[in-house]
Structures are given as structure tokens and as C-alpha cells.
Ligand binder design. Structure first.
Ligand code: SAM
Ligand code: SF4
Length: 485
């Protein structure tokens, strides 16, 4: 248990999040009154005159004290309240970094989209050197993460600017999967049990697409992403109908990039690949996660590494010029040896895109309840594995172009999308940086409507249950209509 007492501030959320970075499994209890503390670990975080400070006690004995002058804080923003906030969090970071063996390479940043900070600084005209100083000094990022963020933001800008408030991207969710993977928390159902609802789902989804088509008459589309779930888990004719509905509503010639997340090789065959190719899909994903058969079995993916290789070559033969492959670092029983095996296999395939996730132990996954039965590597091993990946991507000319973090991610690391030159997925950038409206159809899909004048996103979620979606699709349209008319 960790007790926390705040003085002259109420940054409870931020303090809590940062303590969790260093002490992931500890319960954190905020005390309004220090009289309630008698023994144990206590962190006092506060402001006093021109200083922010953190004091850490163990059984009433002072272990560490940090003080920072607010005026010395450089975050590229003169707003005094923001600087006070960063000052408080900086002092907490410095104290915990002193005491804990856990590495926190992302410094005080605990949000999902760290590249946004860099975009803001670039918008204000700061140069790379100044931004690097702010990230490392103000936000306490490790040098490698600060440079990664700047590289990513730099690559993204041509796809974000100039902002056009009438442009939008489309996300379409197909929530069916062959089996449920151990770590997955996405809204998806098994095709075995719910396959009889695919026709009805297709019909309701097309209704929603038709209505979005009407709502966006005066706007123009940029990119489309069909994700899931596993879109290729449904029959070829259903997927084709959905693609045709998209073209009918938004115009085939207007779509700059069209991705289908094929995902699992056990759902991909020649028929579906040919259909996708004939229908103008220019980017697909074939996701190994790992190229080790034993791990594939362990995580509930019922196929072998060889199936991935076969499907990949088939897709290349059919003519797909951009194929993405997803990997997960930190899967149960996997260490540096296993990652090397995976990378050796990926090297032979040489995909245009590679997306590297670090395992996140999600509350809604099967994994969360059985994690104790598995061998999960320590933070330093994950760090080594990510270093191998970095070296590999450099060797393969794969450059980082989008990045996000999640709360339950192992070792506080990140997910990074890499691409060969000019092959980056534009939808991923738009979705991550939130400067363009994304309209989303289907179960569990979340629309994000962007208001440039206020630089604000309005999230409009669809329901996450299949039955609810089938019966309430009209309401899903109404929810979007409120913000679009
Ligand atoms: C929305 S999933 C859909 C992809 C597709 N259904 C598949 O599994 O191949 C997108 C990617 O997120 C990653 N992912 C899913 N759950 C994860 C978790 N708990 N931790 C880390 N990465 C995860 C996987 O790499 C997956 O390919
Ligand atoms: S990871 Fe992909 S295939 Fe596995 S259950 Fe989740 S959405 Fe389905």
C-alpha cells in the first residue's frame, strides 16, 4: 500500500498515474489528513511558494526529498498553471526514479498519444533542438524516446496539414473472429457461435453506412479502414457487399487509401484475397503476432507460423503492394531468443509495414485472470527485445510513423507502427493524431468528430454488444447526426 498526501494542489489523477508507472501492483490511497498516516510508504506531493516538491517517507523516516523551482520549468508554454502541474509531476518523477528500480523512459508522460505534444510545439515554431530539450528536460523523456517522438511527428505532418474540416475518414468494424486470443479485449465475438448473425449484421451495417453517406453529402472522404475483429472471418460475399456499399456511398475514386485488416491467416484464402484485390483494396494486414508455433498455440491462435508465410506469399502473388504485419513483444514464454526467431522469419518476408505492440494485460481479456500461470518477462528483458526490434527495423529500412501507449502495457513501453518510405498507413496517422473526423460504423466502433476551431474531438461510441447493435442501429446513426448537422 502507498499513501499519498497532496499539499496545495489537486492533481490526484496525474499523481496516481505516475505512481502506477513505478509501482504497478501497489494499492494507492490518498489521505486528506496526515493524521491518518501512522506507518508504511508515504508520498507527499505539493507546492510551496515558488517551489514544487515531493517527499517520500518509509515508516516516518524521510527517504528522499526533491524541490524544483517552477520558473525553471521549460515546457514551451508560459501558462503558469500548466507549469505548476508539470513541476509537481517532475518532482514526483525525480523522487520515484531515485528510489525505484523500474525504468520510466516516457518520463512524466502517461497519456495515450505523446506525439501530440510535439505537434503542438512544432505548430508554435519550435525547432527540433528546442523540442528535444523540452521533452528531455521538461517532460523527463529518455533521449531515445524523445528522438522517436520527433521522428514520428515529423513523418506525420504532411498527412495532417493543412487541416480540412470537411474531410473525413471511415472506420468499419467487423466484430467476428475464429477464436478469442488470450490477450484480446476488443469487442468481438466467435464466428462459430454467432455465425448465424453475419447476414443480419451485414444488412444493419450497410444501413448504417448508407445513413452516414447521407450525413456526409457535403463532405469528402480520405481513407477507409475495415477492422475488427477479423473482417476476413466472414464469408467473402458479405465482405464484398460491405465494400460495395462503401463505394456506393462515398465514391471509389475519392478514396485515397483503403485498408482491410485481414488479420488471422486461418481466415485468408485465395478467393477472399482476389475479391479484395479486384475491389481496389490497397493495403491489408496479415498478423503473425509471433512466428513461434508454441506461443501461437498458447495465445489461442489456431494456426502455424508456416500458414502466415504461405498466406503472405499468396497475397504478394495476387498483387498486394502494401502488407502490414502486427507483432506483440512480451507474449507469455517469449524472451530475446523467441523475438530473434520471429524477426528472422519477418526478414525473409520483408513487409512494407510492421506494427510492433508491447503486450498489454487488459482487464477485459482472458489473460488477466490467468496471468499467474504464465511466464512473463521482466521490464529489462522487454527493453532488450524492443532494442532488437529497433535495430531490425533500421536494418530493414522500416521507419517509425505512428505511436501510441496504453495503460496496462508491460514495462510502460509503447506500440509503434513502422513503414518503408512513403508506405505509411495514412488512416493510422489520422486516427491517432485526431485532427480529422473519423466516422465509424459497426459494433463497438467509435466515431471521433473533430472541431478545428476549438481543436476538440467529440467521441461518439456505438454499442459494444452484437445483439444491442442489431436492434439499436438507428440510434447509432442518430448519435452521429447530432454532431454532424
Ligand atoms: C484490433 S487487433 C485486430 C487484429 C486482428 N484481429 C488480429 O488479431 O490479427 C489489432 C492488433 O492489436 C494487437 N493487440 C491486441 N490485443 C493486444 C494486447 N492485449 N496487447 C498488445 N497488443 C495487442 C495485436 O497485434 C493485433 O493484431
Ligand atoms: S486479437 Fe484479433 S483475432 Fe484475436 S480475438 Fe482479438 S480481434 Fe480477434
Amino acid at each position: 500500500m502507498i499513501y499519498v498526501h497532496l499539499i496545495n494542489n489537486d492533481y490526484r489523477y496525474e499523481v496516481n498515474e505516475l505512481i502506477r508507472v513505478f509501482y504497478f501492483n501497489e494499492e494507492i490511497v490518498f489521505l486528506d489528513d496526515l493524521k491518518d498516516y501512522s506507518e508504511g510508504f508515504l508520498i507527499v506531493v505539493g507546492l510551496k511558494d515558488v517551489l514544487s516538491f515531493t517527499k517520500v517517507y518509509k515508516d516516518n523516516e524521510l527517504l528522499c526529498e526533491i524541490q524544483i523551482e517552477i520558473k525553471s520549468i521549460n515546457i514551451g508554454d508560459h501558462d503558469i498553471e500548466k507549469r505548476r502541474k508539470v513541476g509537481i509531476i517532475q518532482s514526483l518523477y525525480d523522487a520515484l526514479d531515485n528510489l525505484s528500480t523500474v525504468k520510466a523512459p516516457w518520463g512524466v508522460l502517461t497519456g495515450v498519444r505523446p506525439a501530440k505534444i510535439v505537434h503542438k510545439l512544432m505548430d508554435k515554431g519550435y525547432d527540433h533542438k528546442e523540442i528535444l530539450n523540452i521533452l528531455k528536460g521538461g517532460y523527463r523523456l529518455y533521449d531515445e524516446k524523445a528522438k522517436l517522438l520527433i521522428d514520428v511527428a515529423q513523418k506525420q505532418r504532411k498527412h495532417i496539414y493543412p487541416i480540412d474540416e470537411n474531410r473525413f475518414s471511415l472506420y468499419v468494424a467487423i466484430p467476428f473472429c475464429p477464436t478469442r486470443c488470450l490477450y484480446c479485449s476488443f469487442p468481438a465475438v466467435g464466428i462459430g457461435k454467432y455465425g448465424h448473425l453475419v447476414d443480419e449484421y451485414t444488412e444493419k451495417l450497410i444501413y448504417e453506412l448508407d445513413m452516414i453517406g447521407e450525413l456526409t453529402d457535403s463532405k469528402h472522404i480520405s481513407t477507409v479502414y475495415i477492422g475488427g475483429g477479423t473482417p476476413t472471418a466472414i464469408p467473402c460475399k458479405n465482405l464484398q457487399k460491405i465494400i460495395h456499399a462503401i463505394y456506393r456511398n462515398f465514391g471509389r475514386e475519392n478514396i485515397q487509401e483503403f485498408t482491410v485488416e485481414a488479420g488471422r491467416p486461418d481466415t485468408i484464402d485465395e478467393e477472399i484475397l482476389k475479391m479484395l484485390k479486384e475491389n481496389g483494396i490497397n493495403r491489408i494486414s496479415i498478423n503473425p503476432q509471433t512466428m513461434n508455433d508454441e506461443t501461437l498455440k498458447l495465445i489461442g491462435r489456431h494456426h502455424k507460423a508456416k500458414d502466415i508465410v504461405d498466406v503472405y506469399y499468396l497475397a504478394k502473388k495476387i498483387g498486394f503492394s502494401i502488407i502490414n504485419m502486427d507483432l506483440i513483444v512480451g507474449l507469455p514464454s517469449e524472451g530475446t531468443k523467441e523475438i530473434r526467431t520471429t524477426l528472422k522469419e519477418i526478414e525473409k518476408l520483408n513487409p512494407e509495414n510492421l506494427t510492433v505492440h508491447t503486450l498489454a494485460v487488459k482487464r477485459a481479456s482472458r489473460f488477466k485472470n490467468v496471468i499467474d500461470q504464465y511466464d512473463i518477462k521482466e521490464q529489462n528483458v522487454i527493453y532488450e527485445m524492443l532494442k532488437e526490434i529497433k535495430a531490425f527495423t533500421e536494418k530493414m529500412n522500416l521507419e517509425p510513423y505512428y505511436l501510441y501507449r496504453q495503460k496496462q502495457i508491460l514495462g510502460n513501453f509503447e506500440n509503434v507502427g513502422y513503414a518503408k518510405k512513403d508506405k505509411e498507413c495514412i488512416y493510422n496517422i489520422k486516427m491517432m493524431e485526431e485532427k480529422e473526423t473519423v466516422l465509424a460504423a459497426g459494433m463497438g466502433a467509435i466515431s471521433k468528430i473533430y472541431f478545428p476551431k476549438e481543436d476538440r474531438i467529440e467521441r461518439v461510441p456505438n454499442v459494444k454488444s452484437l445483439n444491442e447493435y442489431l436492434t439499436r442501429v438507428h440510434e447509432m446513426v442518430e448519435r452521429k447526426k447530432v454532431h454532424l448537422t
